[in-house]
Structures are given as C-alpha cells and as structure tokens.
Design a protein around this ligand. Structure first.
Ligand code: DQA
Length: 151
C-alpha cells in the first residue's frame, strides 16, 4: 500500500497576486495561476499534494506558517516554499514565526534580489530558511519542490 502522500505548502506574499501584469521585465509574464500549475506538476512528479496560497496580509501569512508547523509535526507536511515578497526584507515577525513553528522552509524569489536595489539584499528569512532559490524566474518554484523531495 502506498503511504498517504505528504503535502507541500507554497506560500506567496504581497503583490504576487499581480504576477503577469506586474513589472513583466522583472517577474515575467506568468500569472499566479500559471505558477500554481507549475507547482502542481512538480508535486505530482514527486508524489506530493499541493496546498497553494497567496495573501497580502502579514498576520495571515504568520497564521499559515504556524499551521504548517503543526502539520509538519503531525507528519503530513513535507515542507514549505515561501515567496514572502517585500516582507522578506522587513518582517522580523515572519522570521520569528518560521523559527517558532520549526518549519522546513525554502525561501524563494522569482528575481535575483542580489542583482537589484540594495534594500532587497537583506533577508530576515534567510537565517531561518533551509535554503534560498532566487533568480530562476517562476521555474524556481519547481526547483524548490524538487529540493524538498530530495531532502
Ligand atoms: C520577490 C522579490 C522581492 O524583493 C519583491 O518585493 C517581491 C518579489 C521576487 O519574487 O523576486 O515582491 O520576492
């Protein structure tokens, strides 16, 4: 009997609902729905179920990280892929949530934040992430799911 598949939570923070129309030269032309399809295909390939969410609200993202920690502790969650958008560079609260929930999390950025404005070079999430994927466009989401599958 195949064991019940674990899920992967893909979390998207502020302004990522605008993908497709938002600065296409930086973020590409794929919509968030297109990103969800990329994630669903990658999850299928690794026998994960997908939980795909987006919010513009920091507190809701924190609640979802806490929920993910409980799910991971129960053995039902393989990991989290988190594109926190600009909260990456501002949110000590998200840093604390990831640390407090002890969740296995990959920080994801569509653009190469280190090749952009200096205010994007610091991340509050990197010290509590397992790893960081940045600069590979929306394909980075599939790379992150593969990374979760290989750990
Ligand atoms: C981003 C990079 C952040 O600096 C920016 O605020 C975003 C998107 C990315 O995916 O490249 O909203 O996380």
């Amino acid at each position: 009997m195949t064991p019940h598949p674990k899920s992967v939570l893909v979390l998207n923070g502020p302004n990522l609902n605008l993908l497709g129309s938002r600065e296409p030269a930086v973020y590409g032309e794929q919509t968030l729905a297109g990103v969800e399809t990329i994630c669903r295909d990658a999850c299928l390939a690794h026998n994960f179920t997908l939980d795909f969410r987006q919010s513009n609200h920091e507190g809701l993202l924190i609640d979802w990280i806490h929920e993910a920690g409980a799910k991971q502790a129960a053995g039902a969650l393989a990991g989290v892929v988190f594109n926190a958008g600009a909260y990456t560079h501002t949110s000590i609260a998200l840093h604390d949530a990831i640390k407090g929930a002890a969740v296995h999390l990959i920080e994801l950025h569509i653009s190469n934040v280190h090749a952009r404005e200096p205010f994007r070079h610091h991340s509050w999430l990197s010290p509590v992430a397992q790893g960081v994927i940045a600069g590979f466009g929306v394909k980075g989401y599939a790379l992150a799911i593969t990374a979760i599958a290989t750990q």
